[in-house]
Design a protein around this ligand. Structure first.
Ligand code: 3AM
Length: 185
């Protein structure tokens, strides 16, 4: 059975709380069918892989087995509304080079192995609202939300009756690097 997979960066509890506060502030102004992204679904996508067969997934995991996650900091310092996607997200005016390079490698690897080919440039973001058909007024300036990045997940996206759920299939970096067979000596 194929699965919908993507590489992403998880968010710390502190960053999640700051983004929940931001959602509450914006939500008061939101009209129409806009949906609030639940904090459990907050993530920063590095590369969307599309529908991946079990065979492709095993090969993908083998290729990325020894991934070393770069330690980088970034600030989510602005809001953006992406009309075509119907998304309001927190994004950054400065992408750390190491993060951009990792996203590029992952996207290139996916395209080279018959998975999703990304065309849009990598723009680090965390989606806060979906199905936003229009903005009633300009998005406000925000206090930057700092993110300290040292972990990467391979995530599976599952459609449940109550909405989409994301689950980590494999984590690299941070505590995730202590998975069996990858323990420090
Ligand atoms: O944009 P966020 O990070 O909220 O980036 C999309 C999404 O999350 C991307 O994968 C993430 C998890 O669903 N994504 C989903 N569908 C996509 C598609 N058809 C897609 N990227 C490109 N094409």
């Amino acid at each position: 059975m194929a699965e919908r997979l993507f590489f992403s960066v998880p968010l710390s509890r502190i960053s999640q709380l700051e983004l929940i506060r931001l959602q509450a502030r914006l939500g008061a102004e939101m009209s129409g069918p806009a949906r609030v992204v639940p904090a459990a679904n907050f993530h920063l996508t590095l590369a969307f892989l599309g529908s991946v067969s079990q065979q492709q997934k095993a090969a993908l995991l083998a290729r990325w087995e020894s991934l070393v996650v770069p330690e980088v900091s970034l600030e989510l310092d602005q809001l953006a509304y992406w009309h075509r996607a119907g998304v309001i997200c927190a994004t950054t005016s400065r992408t750390p080079m190491a993060l951009g390079q990792l996203a590029h490698r992952m996207r290139q690897d996916a395209a080279e192995h018959g998975l999703h080919r990304s065309h849009a440039p990598f723009r680090p973001h965390v989606s806060l609202f979906r199905s936003v058909s229009q903005l009633s007024r300009e998005l406000p300036a925000i206090t930057p939300v700092p993110l300290h990045i040292n972990e990467v997940d391979l995530m599976v996206s599952v459609f449940e009756p109550h909405g989409v759920e994301y689950h980590s299939v494999r984590r690299w970096g941070g505590a995730g690097s202590l998975s069996p067979g990858n323990e420090p000596r």
